[in-house]
Design a protein around this ligand. Structure first.
Ligand code: UD1
Length: 394
């Protein structure tokens, strides 16, 4: 078990509360936001900014991702406020991790007494946050609601389905997400707001271009960019070997920022990736934006990376049999290949033959999703406060 690496956080001393953030109204209703894994830090950046203009936010980091380059680098680059609480849960089996988070989050929520708990995406931290809040009778808001891969055993699919059924406010990025919820009987509290990752890209792309472009960077369009971290690909030795074999045989160099789960598997299986494949440490968010926008194509099993490639106009090959982001498949912007080397190579050849074009704003909005979430959340809390006053107290 890993302990919280408190060195990386400017945490308040035990028993003290940090000063309310500038501009926040101390008496305003409180939203407790739960984050824990890399994709949540990216989404928390625009959301925290927008929320803190209207409510008091308590940011809780479960500790699910703890390596500095999986966590602290995102807080630094994206100016995310330091977490008010760091639970230091670290990794473990799904049940153990989620169980420990549930217990620690319940305690944090009892002490902070938030008016609403906000969770993001589909990780174990998301489910633990939603479940802890629901059991305490605290309303739950889910950002990135309604996404479905229809892959029954996938951990993220379990997390997102259960979270949606616990939430009172469901913020959907796309019309497909709204339709998925309707098909499960969820129609109340559903808001289509666009995608907060679009906000993050719009707020950071210019900075990424200014700060990162340097001597060591690869020439635009001279490389492919790959990421592999899904349990289904990494924990199955044959699939991982097939994917790495396909990547090393691509016609241009392929950069692979290696996720810790993948690094451990490569070591355990004594794989020696070579050929055109270049392994490197996990990229920071700004580096990733640069690498994604300069790549000939992106090959990935990550939902977030598929979407960022789509937003940045870079064609994508998805190393899974299905995707939650079905809109990206239109017009060949994204192609499903799974782990099969022949299909991966066929998809890359198709992209190289005819470079597809598309317009991401139509699907994911214009980068105002976080503001829309903050507006709906504060109106919801104001309504609840009014009805409490009518009933005569808290
Ligand atoms: C998690 C999310 C996934 C998200 C992904 C982004 C779940 C079920 N999955 O998957 O939705 O797309 O994050 O990265 O929540 N590890 C480290 N150092 C770290 C973090 C993880 O060594 O900083 C190791 C853990 O010890 C574990 C493995 O990586 O062995 C997997 O980590 P885990 O948090 O279970 O899930 P991810 O694969 O990262």
């Amino acid at each position: 078990m890993r302990r919280a690496n408190t060195r990386f956080y400017r945490r308040p001393r035990a028993g003290t509360k940090p000063a309310p953030p500038e501009g926040a109204i101390a008496a305003a209703p409180a939203v407790l936001t739960v984050v824990g894994a890399r994709p949540q830090f990216v989404k928390a950046a625009p959301l925290s900014r927008a929320l803190r203009r209207r409510v008091r936010e308590v940011l809780v980091h479960t500790g699910q991702h703890y390596d500095p380059d999986m966590s602290q680098s995102f807080f630094d680059e994206l100016d995310i406020p330091a977490p008010d609480r760091h639970l230091g849960i670290g990794s473990g089996s799904h049940g153990r991790m989620t169980g420990r988070m549930l217990e620690a989050l319940e305690e944090a929520m009892r002490e902070e007494r938030p008016d609403l708990v906000l969770v993001l995406g589909d990780t174990n931290s998301t489910l633990a946050g939603a479940l802890a809040a629901a059991k305490l009778g605290i309303p739950v808001a889910h950002v990135e609601a309604g996404l479905r891969s229809f892959q029954a055993g996938m951990p993220e699919e379990i997390n997102r389905r259960l979270t949606d059924h616990l939430a009172q406010l469901l913020f959907c990025p796309t019309p497909t997400a709204v339709a998925n919820l309707r098909a499960e009987g969820i129609t109340r509290g559903v808001h289509r707001v666009g995608d907060v990752m679009m906000d993050a890209v719009r707020q950071n792309l210019a900075r990424a271009r200014r700060r990162i472009r340097g001597a060591g960077d690869p020439q635009p369009r001279s490389y492919y960019l790959a990421t592999v971290h899904r349990q289904e690909n990494v924990d199955d030795p044959a699939r991982l070997a097939a994917i790495l074999g396909a990547l090393q045989a691509l016609p241009h160099p392929t950069l692979l920022p290696v996720h810790p789960r993948t690094r451990k598997a490569i070591r355990r299986l004594r794989l020696r990736p070579g050929g055109n494949l270049r392994l490197r440490p996990p990229a920071t968010y700004l580096e990733m934006l640069m690498l994604e926008s300069g790549a000939r194509a992106v090959l990935t099993d990550s939902g977030g990376v598929q979407k960022e490639a789509y937003i940045l106009g870079t064609p994508c090959v998805t190393l899974r049999a299905s995707t939650e982001w079905v809109e990206t498949l239109e017009g060949g912007a994204n192609r499903l290949a799974g782990p099969d080397p022949a299909r991966i190579h066929r998809a890359i050849r198709a992209i190289e033959r005819s470079r597809p074009r598309w317009s991401p704003g139509r699907v994911y909005g214009r980068g105002r999703a976080a503001e829309a979430v903050a507006r709906v959340v504060s109106a919801f809390l104001a309504r609840r406060a009014r009805s409490r006053v009518k009933r005569g107290g808290r």
